[in-house]
Design a binder for this molecule. Structure first.
Ligand SMILES: NC(=O)c1ccc[n+]([C@@H]2O[C@H](COP(=O)([O-])OP(=O)(O)OC[C@H]3O[C@@H](n4cnc5c(N)ncnc54)[C@H](OP(=O)(O)O)[C@@H]3O)[C@@H](O)[C@H]2O)c1
Length: 293
């Protein structure tokens, strides 16, 4: 079974490569060229007979949520998040290759539906920012081409992060004696990149059904503030050093959804798998590189 993985240097992509995926980097295929004949030819060449994979997992995306609001970035964000997924999915379908596309909880906004359940795959989307809007368009194009969309939320890698993810930032503040204020009115489920990669890898090895699925770590939903406190606790620092604030206290260019919890039931039913509790994964991830209390 050959699985090729775009975004090979990203949080999720590098974990999939570690599991045996064949990485495709930006240097090999720049998704900002989507919409051009050159891009479509380059995408098709990934599926040429001599190197035809069984599955492609597309983890590449414009993930700078605030940067996506900047009008000077609009064309690139649109190409990478909205246009490229559909063109990759169509090229994969033409070659008879299964296509898995990673998407986001940010296609939703608003408060929790029906008194606190997670968003289901078939709930109507309502993105509140450009990142969510373009990711949602990418989803539609992938579905139209017969691909599979897997939504996730709050991805982190900790000490292994290729960039500065939330856990790395909080753990560094904790070590440096900085007491942060963190928003307490946005709630979701954190997802450890190696766990997500494991779930995607397992999906790639079964008959992949077209449609939308959700996968995040399991466990009680938490606010960013609660998550930060757990980072402090598990790295041996006093969680009370993290003070709560509201989204209004912490304005950002992009509007964030208050409720990011995704319903994991369809995933468990489909795959027979339950991803680890996010707290267990946090303990495991921090143990890889930070002092434990
Ligand atoms: N991070 C989160 O909290 C989160 C939450 C929900 C869903 N997701 C989704 O999960 C997936 C993986 O996210 P992640 O956290 O692994 O993202 P990430 O660490 O930011 O990695 C994104 C990857 O996309 C690549 N990329 C960006 N622009 C590109 C372009 N023009 N051409 C080719 N490649 C390009 C980057 O390449 P370089 O390495 O060259 O920069 C990077 O390897 C994405 O689809 C994202 O939307 C993420």
């Amino acid at each position: 079974m050959t699985v090729i993985v775009t975004g090979a240097h990203g949080q999720v992509g590098r974990c999939l490569v570690a599991l045996g995926g064949k990485g495709v980097t930006r240097a090999e295929l720049d998704l900002s060229g989507a919409g051009t004949a050159g891009f479509r030819a380059a995408a098709s060449s990934l599926f040429a007979d001599s190197q035809r994979p069984d599955v492609m997992i597309n983890t590449a995306a414009w993930t700078d949520v605030d940067g996506a609001e900047d009008v000077t970035n609009r064309r690139t964000v649109e190409a990478v998040n909205a246009t490229a997924p559909g063109e990759l999915a169509r090229a994969a379908a033409d070659a008879g290759v299964a296509f898995i596309h990673v998407s986001t909880d940010y296609v939703f906004s608003g408060t929790a539906p029906d008194g606190g359940r997670g968003w289901r795959p078939d709930d109507p989307v309502r993105p509140a920012n450009e990142y969510g809007r373009t990711k949602s368009e990418g989803e539609q194009a992938v579905l139209a081409a017969g691909g599979t969309v897997v939504r996730t939320s709050w991805v982190w890698s900790g000490p292994e992060a290729p960039g500065r993810d939330f856990v790395s930032v909080m753990a560094t503040l904790a070590e440096n004696g900085v007491d942060p204020r963190v928003v307490d009115d946005q709630v979701g489920r954190p997802t450890y990149a190696p766990d997500l990669a494991g779930e995607l890898w397992a999906l790639a090895h079964v008959e992949v059904p077209p449609g939308i699925l959700n996968v995040t770590n399991s466990g009680e939903p938490v606010s960013w503030c609660g998550f930060a406190r757990e980072v402090f606790r598990y790295s041996g620092h006093d969680p009370a050093r993290v003070a709560p604030c509201t989204t209004r206290d912490w304005p950002t260019p992009a509007v964030r959804p208050p409720w990011s919890v995704l319903d994991l039931e369809p995933w468990s039913t489909m795959t027979g798998r339950t991803p680890p509790d996010w707290r267990d994964s946090l303990r495991r991830g921090l143990g890889a590189g930070f002092r434990l209390g």
